[in-house]
Write a protein that binds this ligand. Structure first.
Ligand code: 4G3
Length: 249
């Protein structure tokens, strides 16, 4: 997969460690040639002599607005670097909430073009002309779309074929469709490792039993119970909010 990022802070996307995309699973995927992340500076496409990419909003008000021309030209330039059609994604608080389902959709594309805006927003006319998929991480505001773009890249890359080893399959993660659970997206079950007892707390006996059918049944029951307690919305229950603090924040 090729992932392009349009940003005025391309140095945030360095793949060399210790940058975020250069370590752990995304770093390994890049070194294996399974993903190529290329960040391009929108400022390089500013046609004006001050290389400005933003200007004051018509109608007044605080902050700055990203201008149409540099972003449009940057998109046209980057898209022409590769024959594959790019799925354009604009990170924005006004976007469609990012879910594992949307991550799975994006992981099926051969090319993504992520657009990281800054300022108070982007001139609406270039958004209309580009028709990007607008994606939001959640109901909060970041200084720029770059960190949101990195979250999308991380979540997508770990689903690409060959990225996760056998021992780290994505199929049992939180929000993966649970087999035997009617394809529902459930939270993950609790995990334990050595020692068997720590500060008086024992590992659940079933996990030491060697009975794989019992273990899988226990894990699924834990996933269902945790989801009911912490995220009833995932079960279509709507949620009364009574237990929602149990999600840990
Ligand atoms: C306003 C995404 C701000 C408009 C981006 C981009 C939060 C998210 C920005 C715009 C962002 C999010 C940059 N903040 N919730 N800031 O995913 O197009």
């Amino acid at each position: 997969m090729r992932v392009d990022v349009l940003t005025t802070f391309p140095e945030m996307f360095a793949v060399e460690a210790p940058a975020a995309l250069g370590v752990s699973i995304p770093g390994r995927a890049a070194r294996a040639g399974l993903v190529e992340v290329v960040a391009t500076d929108i400022r390089g496409f500013a046609a004006n002599k001050h290389r400005k990419t933003d200007d004051r909003p018509f109608g007044g008000g605080p902050g700055m607005v990203m201008m149409c021309q540099p972003l449009w030209d940057a998109v046209m330039h980057v898209e022409a670097l590769d024959p594959r059609a790019a799925t354009r994604v604009l990170l924005s608080p006004q976007g469609r909430p990012l879910t594992q389902g949307l991550v799975e959709e994006l992981a099926g594309r051969s090319r993504l073009l992520l657009i990281a805006g800054h300022y108070e927003g982007i001139d609406e006319r270039v958004v209309e002309a580009l028709e990007p998929l607008e994606v939001s991480l959640g109901d909060y505001v970041l200084s720029g779309g770059e960190l949101a773009a990195m979250v999308v890249i991380d979540a997508v890359v770990r689903l690409l074929p060959g990225v996760l080893g056998d021992g780290e399959s994505a199929g049992q993660d939180s929000f993966s469709k649970a087999p035997g659970a009617g394809g529902r997206r459930l939270l993950d079950c609790p995990h334990y490792t050595k020692p068997r007892e720590w500060m008086g707390r024992a590992v659940p006996e079933v996990l030491l039993s060697g009975d794989h059918a019992r273990i899988e049944a226990w894990r699924l029951a834990q996933r269902v119970e945790r989801t009911r307690a912490r995220r009833p919305d995932l079960l279509g229950a709507g949620g009364d909010g009574a237990d929602s603090a149990g999600a840990g924040g």
